[in-house]
Design a protein around this ligand. Structure first.
Ligand code: DX5
Ligand code: ZN
Length: 221
């Protein structure tokens, strides 16, 4: 299975975004992960359409937008117009998930659903055909640099099984605390797309860390 690395710019030096994005490209990043937080669904506040638009001008890489916001549908049109390639919405705040996912697709974006650590996978089991991506959070969202929740490994395994059983080709993404130590077990459990913020931007050589993570995901023990 191929490994996709999606650096999160939450941990980037935002005063130097152009250089940071260029560095990620040089390092071989597959997607750029953009964490949108509204101060309501999660305590923190981050980016909106303006920043997505700015990142769009800096790269041709796929922009993987993670909406940690209530009423995510309010942002779909603006984010798609700003250049998002994928939008992932939290099941915890998406009562009309099937409709919301299909709206994202209509806008030409990959439709993703996200489950928090406490949210069971049954939250998505009825919408598998509507999913282009399933994101299993491996920390409680809101901040970068948190510790990977170990119990997530079994959940990722079950998520992989759920997708396979339903013949889904959706990406299985993980987000939170992914680093050199955790990436391999997560890959083995069936994840194929790995968000990493702190592990990349706090590394001595952030550019090289992308390949290091990719290598460690599949390395033989
Ligand atoms: C957490 C965000 C993550 C975060 C990951 O709320 O959704 O994307 O940036 O950061 P690390 O890799 O530092 O845990
Ligand atoms: Zn994220």
């Amino acid at each position: 299975m191929s490994v996709r690395i999606a650096p999160s710019i939450l941990s980037a030096d935002l005063s130097n975004l152009a250089d940071e994005i260029a560095m990620l490209e040089e390092g071989g990043a597959d997607w750029i992960h953009i964490d949108v937080m509204d101060g309501r669904f999660v305590p923190n506040l981050t980016f909106g359409a303006k920043v997505i638009e700015s990142v769009r001008k800096l790269t041709r890489l796929s922009l993987d937008v993670h909406l940690m916001v209530v009423q995510p549908e309010n942002y779909f049109d603006d984010f798609a117009a700003a250049g998002a390639n994928g939008m992932s919405i939290h099941t915890e705040v998406s009562p009309h998930l099937q409709r919301q996912l299909n709206r994202i697709r209509e806008l030409g974006c990959r439709a993703g659903a996200v489950v928090n650590p406490a949210t069971p996978l049954t939250a998505v089991s009825e919408v598998i055909p509507d999913l282009d991506l399933l994101l299993v959070m491996t920390v409680n969202p809101g901040f970068g640099g948190q510790k990977f929740i170990k119990g997530s490994i079994d959940k990722i395994r079950r998520a992989r099984q759920l997708l396979s059983e339903n013949g889904s080709k959706a990406f299985l993404e993980v987000d939170g605390g992914i680093d050199r130590k955790t990436i391999r077990s997560v890959f083995e459990a069936g994840a194929d797309t790995f968000v990493a913020g702190n592990a990349i931007f706090a590394a001595k050589n952030p550019e090289a860390e992308i390949e290091e993570l990719r290598k460690r995901a599949t390395a033989q023990a």
